[in-house]
Design a binder for this molecule. Structure first.
Ligand code: IRN
Ligand code: FE2
Length: 559
């Protein structure tokens, strides 16, 4: 079912060790031919460690179980007297601990992973500007952080439906997505074997796993939204908390009064969860039961340290509907709920659109930051145009790059199959790669310290015709190598000082290097060399009769 070790071409798995030996932070080291190396962030988990022998039936080693504090009550009912006032529950979420000034092993782990101070991580979590999703029941995951002062993260949605794909395929999609760089995955399975699928994914996932519990709740009541109730939803949430889900999308902001605001939209309500809750509200003419029971929901999530992902059930599903009243009314409610979650020591992030043209993207970020007091923003794209079904990883990566630059902390990928079908393995890869590009482009634009080192290393390799280094440093080494092989398959071409795009005579990089070498030989500055070189070339050109096209030499390796 799953292929053996997914080794990343020619890269080495290394670990940075923290203050205790079991804080081992995975990194990907790319050795270069000049003897140096570049160390990259790595999300692939133990699968890319040659020492690790994966057995999906056993699951990953429970990396974090030893980090539980001794005597820690998890589903905490305990109280502590606080200075003579009312007793206050002592909670153990990362947020509660950060607020108490504690640097947890998880915080230390992400500090090493991001190359920042642990105190900075603690402070960002304490003020709610970052979340560290770690369900106490998912000890297999490697801690990561979502917040705008850290690297921009990417989520990949996987999950089967009643009509397609098996559990094995979903586990493999999870491994595949993280191998290409997905920082979290969401299991959006529907259909009969929801619980079992999730169990396999959780036990084998090295990254946090998110879900949308209303999907399973709906299965439990036979697929009829009006048959849902707070009780069924609550029970489903607890079941998923027990299993180890790290964050949950809850569409608590779809309030009864907002549903009519979608009446004049071009595409109505496009969120699955949003439409289920809107249908319930209308059927009962009652307020959304997640909204009315939100404080109790906070108590449940806090007990496991499950992070809220406040869903955007009223996000626009078309360019026409972007930034409308329904969308922003919901966002205001999400702002209100953010504060309720924080009062309960719950970590919280906010979901965002959807379909938004480029000129309307910034307003989304500005409003979200203001209304949700800087809680991390987590957006789906947005798609910047509706005209390209089959290419929506591109229409949306454009929006994702922009919204990431403006401060969105995590980007939910969109695959080429969006609006058309369920993504297969290739679509998952296309989606993740498109989003890694968007996220990294945003990191660069934000001036994230260290982000540019990767680009600089690759550019240097390109300029010096170190082809192997250029491939190995690529986001997708396999594709880079195979494209080069298509036109220049021979081994010498991997050291050639040109490629098949411009050929030997028109390679700008080679010409620049010639200019530099000429300058050095003749003791000139680059500018003088260019002038001198130009004069010499002009003479040569005239002598040869002014022909622009010279006969091609034979390809390398055939001479
Ligand atoms: C992310 C931002 N806005 C929406 N999302 C994702 O969409 C969310 O995290 C989850 O993966 C999916 C939920 O879709 P519905 O139920 O809102 O359509
Ligand atoms: Fe859409």
């Amino acid at each position: 079912m799953v292929p053996p070790a997914q080794n990343v071409q020619n890269a080495r798995k290394i670990y940075l060790t923290g203050s205790r030996p079991d804080i081992r932070v995975p990194m990907r080291e790319v050795p270069l031919t000049d003897g140096s190396s570049v160390v990259l962030y790595d999300t692939s988990g133990p699968y890319t460690d040659p020492e690790y022998d994966a057995d999906p039936a056993k699951g990953l080693p429970p990396l974090r179980s030893a980090w539980r504090r001794t005597g820690e009550t998890l589903a905490c009912g305990g109280t502590e007297s606080c200075g003579g006032t009312l007793p206050k529950p002592v909670r153990h979420t990362q947020l509660a601990r950060a607020r108490r000034g504690e640097i947890t092993p998880e915080m230390e782990f992400v500090a090493l992973r991001e190359g920042v101070a642990a105190e900075f991580v603690r402070d960002e979590i304490a003020r709610g500007r970052a979340v560290l999703p770690v369900n106490v029941n998912h000890p297999e995951s490697e801690p990561m952080i979502i917040g705008r002062n850290f690297l921009v993260k990417v989520n990949a949605n996987i999950g089967n439906s009643a009509v397609s794909s098996s559990i094995e395929e979903e586990v493999e999609k999870m491994r595949w997505a993280t191998r290409w760089g997905a920082d979290t995955i969401m299991d959006l399975s529907t259909g009969k074997r929801i619980h079992e699928t999730r169990e396999w994914i959780l036990r084998n996932s090295p990254v946090p796993v998110g879900t949308v519990p209303i999907y399973q709740a709906l299965e439990k009541v036979g697929g009829k939204p009006e048959a849902l109730s707070w009780e069924v939803f609550r029970e489903t949430v607890i079941e998923q908390c027990e299993q180890g889900v790290d964050y949950m999308t809850v569409h608590a902001g779809v309030r009864l009064a907002y549903v009519p605001l979608t009446a004049n939209r071009k595409t109505g309500i496009v969120s699955r969860g949003g439409s289920i809750l809107a249908a319930w509200c209308l059927a009962h003419h009652a307020e959304n039961f997640i909204y009315t029971n939100f404080a109790e929901l906070c108590e449940i999530l806090a007990a496991y340290d499950v992070t809220f992902s406040l869903g955007d059930g009223l996000r626009p599903g078309s360019i026409y509907d972007a930034n409308d009243e329904a969308q922003f009314a919901e966002l205001r409610t999400l702002g209100e709920l953010t504060h309720v979650a924080w009062e309960h020591d719950c970590q919280v992030m906010i979901e965002g659109p959807g379909h938004v043209p480029m000129h309307k993207i910034k307003e989304n970020v500005d409003l979200q930051m203001e209304l949700c007091s800087e809680a991390p923003f987590y957006t789906l794209g947005p798609l910047t145009t509706d005209i390209a079904p089959g290419y929506d990883h591109i229409t949306s990566a454009i929006g994702a790059a922009m919204i990431g630059w403006y401060g969105t902390a995590m980007l939910c990928y969109v695959t080429p199959k969006e609006h058309l079908g369920l993504p297969d393995r290739d679509d998952v890869k296309a989606g993740v790669i498109a989003y890694k590009i968007a996220a990294h482009a945003a990191d660069l634009a934000k001036g994230h310290p260290g982000a540019q080192a990767w680009d600089d290393a690759l550019s240097q390799a390109r300029f010096e015709f170190r082809w192997e280094d250029q491939f190995n440093l690529s986001l997708d080494p396999e594709t880079a190598r195979s494209f080069h092989d298509e036109t220049m398959p021979a081994a010498p071409a991997k050291t050639a000082h040109f490629c098949s795009m411009c050929g030997p005579h028109f390679c700008s990089m080679r010409i620049t290097q010639d200019v530099r070498a000429y300058a050095e030989r003749n003791g000139l500055t680059d500018t003088e060399a260019i002038e001198a070189g130009m004069r010499a070339k002009a003479e040569e050109f005239r002598k040869e009769g002014g022909k622009v096209y010279l006969p091609m030499p034979s390809p390398p390796g055939e001479e």
